[in-house]
Design a protein around this ligand. Structure first.
Ligand code: AMP
Length: 419
């Protein structure tokens, strides 16, 4: 199926094309027609299924079609989401898919100065993506009201509940107009969530898609414990395996991406970095080189990698573990697409172990550890840490002496196959 069979308007189709999306994911194919038809939606879908576009595309389209030329922008759509990171990602999705529609969005979350947010609201905006606390705060101060809301999305409802936001959510619901279209997304549907959805939705249509874990399950995932100073050397070591034809490498920072690419080039591994400091043209060029297999390794930050869709990408390497566990799922989901096989290697330092725990909780599985590599972690872990990760090889114990660059896997041996 293609997006154009879903009655999506040209300005959005154009943007999707630019994002490199060729066909809708199952949650998109099912939800977009329901939302375009004006019906309420109850969707059971996790992060990684493409759920953001499933609500962002039809909301953008409906707002575009109803916008009266010259009218001041009012907040007509509210997306409520539990975390700042999700809010930012959703805002970016609206911006990306709506870039040819003139429909504007802004993101509101706490922990930062509110002045830029209130200044943006004052200029007029169509869509607000918010975390509950800051939204209520700004509403209380009179910086926005929800009287004009026509489209309301509750995203990650189960997490909202887990994070103790139910009181805030209920207060926000009370401020919404009764006549509205509501979309409810949750990865799981425990009884409290079903009850909450019943209080929000009117005769909802239901959509349920295979949980992201099934995508995660087909990817061969591995953790390599390593000290920070050895990350780049370990990466070079991994890439000495010539069966890795191409790999998408993730770093947390732009600076980190540049440094890794430089290090690889220095070791005769053809690499390019893409991140927000590079021009759109430079990023596109690097991506094209990677797709055409002129560059073996593309080093990217999460933001820059959004929308990268490379066919037959077999390897994702996380030089840094992401702080937000969903980001891990996004990253590794670049490989193993459309039934193809995929392998993910993630480096983890002592400082990153908490991120690893969050990731393993999200994906509900323990990621196998590869101990046999030449740069094992030398920093000894505290006792509690060591015992909590007991089943995971020697990572929590005094590490063996490094075996030098020639140790570990022999040439031609596929890393990870022993696990
Ligand atoms: P989400 O579940 O909304 O967090 O999306 C997961 C990832 O899939 C995001 O990185 C999106 O950019 C990407 N994505 C969403 N829809 C599509 C699509 N139709 N084709 C390819 N990638 C997509």
């Amino acid at each position: 199926m293609q997006f154009d069979s879903l009655d999506i308007i040209d300005p959005i189709l154009k943007a999707l094309n630019e994002e490199g999306y060729s066909s809708p994911t199952p949650v998109q194919a099912e939800s977009i027609p329901i939302v375009l038809a004006g019906e309420d939606l109850l969707a059971c879908a996790q992060t990684g299924t493409g759920k953001t576009a499933a609500f962002a595309i039809p909301i953008l389209q409906r707002l575009y079609e109803s916008h009266v030329h010259g009218e001041k922008r009012r907040v007509k759509s509210l997306v409520l989401t539990p975390t700042r990171e999700l809010a930012v990602q959703i805002g970016e999705s609206f911006t990306a898919y709506g870039r040819h529609t003139g429909i504007s969005n802004t993101v509101l979350f706490g922990g930062v100065n509110q002045n830029p947010q209130t200044a943006r609201l004052l200029r007029g905006v169509d869509i607000v993506v918010a975390t509950p606390g800051r939204l209520l705060d700004l509403m209380g101060q009179g910086h926005l009201h929800l009287r004009d809301i026509e489209y309301f999305v509750l995203d990650e409802a189960d997490r909202m509940l887990d994070m103790g936001f139910m009181h805030e959510v209920k207060k926000i619901l009370a401020a919404l107009p009764a006549k509205r279209q509501s979309l409810f997304f949750s990865a799981t549907m425990p009884p409290e969530i079903v009850k909450l959805s019943a209080s929000i939705l009117h005769k909802p249509r239901k959509v349920s898609v295979t949980p992201v874990s099934s995508t995660v399950e087909i990817i061969n995932q591995n953790i390599l414990f390593v000290d920070k100073s050895n990350k780049n050397s370990l990466l070079v070591h991994l890439l000495q395996d010539t069966t890795i034809r191409n790999a998408l490498v993730f770093t947390r920072t732009k600076h980190g991406a540049d440094k890794v690419a430089k290090f690889l080039l220095h070791h005769d591994i053809k690499a390019e970095a893409i991140h927000g400091n590079k021009s759109q043209n430079a990023r596109q060029r690097a991506l094209n080189n990677f797709k055409a297999q002129k560059t073996r390794v593309l080093v990217a930050t999460d933001i820059a990698a959004r929308g990268i869709d490379v066919d037959e990408l077999e390897y994702v390497i996380n030089v840094d573990l992401p702080e937000v566990p969903e980001t891990y799922v996004h990253r590794i989901g670049r490989t193993g697409r459309a039934g193809a096989s995929g392998t993910a290697y993630s480096f983890c330092t002592a400082d990153e172990k908490a991120f690893l725990r969050d990731i393993e909780m999200l994906i509900a599985r323990t990621i196998p550890v590869i101990d046999a590599h030449p740069f094992p972690m030398l920093i000894q872990q505290p006792e509690a840490e060591a015992s909590s990760r007991k089943p995971r090889g020697n990572s929590g114990h005094p590490a063996p002496k490094p075996q030098g660059k020639t140790g570990g896997w022999g040439r031609g041996r596929r890393p990870g196959k022993s696990h």
